[in-house]
Design a protein around this ligand. Structure first.
Ligand code: AMP
Ligand code: ZN
Length: 490
């Protein structure tokens, strides 16, 4: 896939990424090229991932593809949070999400974590994300590393004990918080409602929480471990520092997550990692914006969620969803709109039909992207992807390519396929539900459909069912939607 050697170096647009650490677009240069180390904050596996969560992984995968097209090899880690993520995650209070779900489902914490991890990996498969190229370490499998990190911090004198755990003293961290200063000032302002009165600063966070506090003999936890400080479990932020350092090194190139993780999660990862190692933790911090639903952030804890399986059941192919996401820039919030995604799906169906009609080989039998895609297009494509992942321009470029009368069929085919590959859209097995509007039906079928609508309106459901069968006999399946019936070929 690298196009590096196809474009003359003085034409080659450098890869620039918006770095939230410096609040500007910067030319990307890894520490040790061609290797790029990338850590993406992963899911808390107490429930199915929702399609908002999945936006952050589609973003990470698109970034990986951009890096690879620039000739880099990517060492990618996505952690699985299976302990320590509390419902009150901004101030380390509340129930552990995994434990609470285990109780609700009457299962062990491990069973919950395993079940939802498997579901998550399955979602990644559906979205065209190659899980075999990624490592997925689990927090509970790295308790020793997390305890060691706390010991390192303890030696530096930046921790202290309260009745409910061991805390990190944020006043000891240089320039705290390095991310999310606005949200941090909000925490300062809200400090009066802080529950743990023993904390020195409102932003101080738990590294280790005790299962039983001195004042509160809480129920025995499902997941708890011995530590030099007492039986308990690691704080939520700690796992990411410990596992990023273990798998990718003390200084990593890229760290990503959804925008809500900027503060406190990422600010705290930076503070504890840099205090422990004395080195910069991650060099480029990228955050993807939220997916909203009816004006509010889609969130598991608020119950306003849609899963990928919900989409599939509604006839939306996961790749239609991926493509729709990429028609927006990753730094723009978007609102989920099923009609818009279905519109995207129809466009992809038409695209597949068009591509199938284009030749596969040129007169010399060349089929490869690097010999067939015109240089002018390679430059346009690289300019877009290298401009902080300008995927909206890339999606528009697909349709532009197909309209370009100067291009040969083979050039059109491979230019479009090259863009689709960068976007992670493989249309080989794509068959969305190709909807046909009532006006596009043959007149005799449209008439039957109208009769069925009348039968339904007068609540004559037997007749409606009979008409549905007749319509099927004529080769069309009916799908009743909020906006009226839609049809597909049987
Ligand atoms: P969680 O499973 O809650 O730990 O979150 C996994 C990832 O999804 C994190 O990177 C979050 O920032 C991200 N995320 C959570 N909610 C949304 C949303 N509504 N839209 C986009 N990303 C989200
Ligand atoms: Zn994290």
């Amino acid at each position: 896939m690298p196009v590096f050697d196809r474009i003359l170096w003085y034409h080659f647009p450098m890869l620039t990424l918006y770095n939230d650490l410096t609040n500007k677009k910067e030319v990307f240069e890894p520490l040790d090229p061609p290797r790029v180390t990338m850590y993406n904050c992963g899911p808390t596996v107490y429930h199915y991932a929702h399609i908002g969560n999945l936006r952050s992984f589609v973003f990470a995968d698109t970034l990986r593809r951009a890096l690879e097209s620039n000739g880099y090899t990517v060492d990618q880690v996505i952690n699985i949070t299976d302990v320590g993520h509390l419902t009150g995650d901004t101030n380390d209070t509340g129930a552990d999400k995994i434990e609470a779900q285990a109780k609700r489902e009457n299962k062990t914490a491990e069973e919950i974590a395993q079940f939802y991890t498997d579901a998550f990996l399955c979602d990644l498969d559906h979205l065209g994300i190659d899980r075999n190229t990624i490592r997925f370490p689990m927090a509970t499998a790295h308790i020793d590393q997390q305890i060691e990190l706390i010991e390192q911090l303890e030696k530096k004198g930046v921790t202290y004990a309260t009745d409910d755990g061991i805390y990190f003293d944020t006043s000891a961290a240089e320039n705290y918080p390095k991310l999310g200063t606005i949200q941090a000032s909000g925490l300062q302002a809200g400090a009066r409602v802080e529950e743990n009165k023993q904390k020195r600063q409102p932003a101080d966070f738990a590294l280790w929480k005790f299962s039983k506090t001195k004042t509160q003999q809480s129920e025995k936890r499902l997941q708890e471990w011995n530590s030099p400080w007492g039986v308990g479990f690691p704080g939520w932020h700690l796992e990411c520092s410990a596992m990023a350092i273990q798998y990718l090194g003390e200084t990593i190139d890229i760290h990503t997550g959804g925008i809500d993780l900027e503060f406190p999660h990422h600010a705290n990862e930076i503070a504890q990692s840099e205090c422990a190692t004395g080195k910069p933790f991650a060099r480029y911090w990228l955050h993807s914006e939220h997916l909203n639903l009816k004006g509010a952030k889609m969130a598991k804890s608020d119950g306003n969620i849609i899963t990928l399986q919900d989409l599939i059941q509604d006839g939306i192919h996961p790749l239609s969803y991926r493509y729709w996401l990429l028609t927006a820039h990753y730094r723009s919030p978007i609102t989920f709109d099923p009609e818009a995604v279905l519109g995207t799906q129809r466009a992809l169906e038409r695209l597949k039909t068009q591509l199938d009609q284009l030749p596969q080989k040129d007169t010399e039998g060349n089929t490869k992207t690097d010999t067939v895609v015109p240089e002018a297009y390679l430059i346009k494509i690289t300019e877009a992807i290298n401009d902080d992942l300008d995927t909206p321009t890339l999606t528009a470029l697909i349709w532009e390519t197909l309209k370009d009368t100067e291009l040969t069929g083979i050039a059109e085919r491979y230019t479009v396929e090259y863009i689709l590959d960068l976007l992670g859209i493989d249309l080989a097995d794509f068959s969305g539900r190709e909807s046909i509007g009532i006006t596009e039906l043959p007149p005799e079928v449209a008439e039957l459909a109208q009769e069925r609508e009348n039968a339904r309106a007068s609540k004559d459901f037997d007749r409606a069912d009979k008409l549905r069968a007749d319509i099927k006999q004529a080769g069309y399946e009916i799908h009743d939607t909020e906006t009226g019936p839609e049809f597909t070929h049987v």
